[in-house]
Design a protein around this ligand. Sequence first.
Ligand SMILES: O=C(O)CCC(=O)C(=O)O
Ligand SMILES: [Fe+2]
Length: 285
Amino acid sequence: MVGAVDYSWQVPYTDDHHALANQIMRGLDGFPGFALVSGVPVDDLTPEQACGFAPELLKSVGDPLLQGPEGAMSLGWLVRDEGSSRFRSDGTYRPGIYTSKSADDLDIHNDGAMNPHGHEVDMFGLLCLGTASAGGESTLIRTPAVIEVLRREFPREFERLCQPYAFERSHVAQSGQAPVMWAPIFDLGGARPRVRCNRQRVEMAPAITGVPLDASDLAALDALDEVLGRRDLQYKLTLARGDLLVVDDNAVLHKRGAFTDDPAAGQRRCLVRVLLARHAAGGQA
Ligand SMILES: O=C(O)CCC(=O)C(=O)O
Ligand SMILES: [Fe+2]
């Protein structure tokens, strides 16, 4: 891992999930905004059982939120290659695709960017049940560091990023919810900063809104990408079986490299994703 000076984010598993949650929150609320639990007992669990176990384990950290298609929603969501691809053959984006069900690169984003299923997401967990035969590396980038660089080097672009953009969200909209939402990428006005990072969804929105991205909208997105591409801001890790990565979704952005499975050799990358809302004050489970 690059750039880490403090190891408070490394947490050994204990079956005292309340104590574990306290340890996790030290990493999330302090530096660096994430925690990596190792040694979670996953050997006896099928993926479906792990989808029940992971939210149960994390409910002391936050309130697990429902995810998935309407009518089949669950608190644990399997992130694995199920043959989806977000690209059409001409390279444009296909709407309605869960990128989490592909083996593609996932661009830098945060999970709460488009208020999935109407939720404000504060944190998420990824429990690793299986690894790929190659690839699948995770990159984490702290948003306070990104904001600091943008303010210093790209003040005009940063100001634009603090104004609303449209985000396409049809794959995470329940019936009755809008397929597009307008919000700033950096909303620093509330008690806690809200960050919404997903360039693909910003680029898909004009097809719905009819409002094209103009030169200053694009220049601000390019400045953000340039800063997010800086290696000195990136933490890299590859999740191993039994690892549980827990991330403050507004304090840390993430991406994942493309991967290849080898099912014949028993190597299939498989994670359980749990989205979490912070407990209401005084209401920890
Ligand atoms: O596969 C991963 O490591 C991350 C997946 C992810 O970011 C997501 O499903 O939102
Ligand atoms: Fe994600």
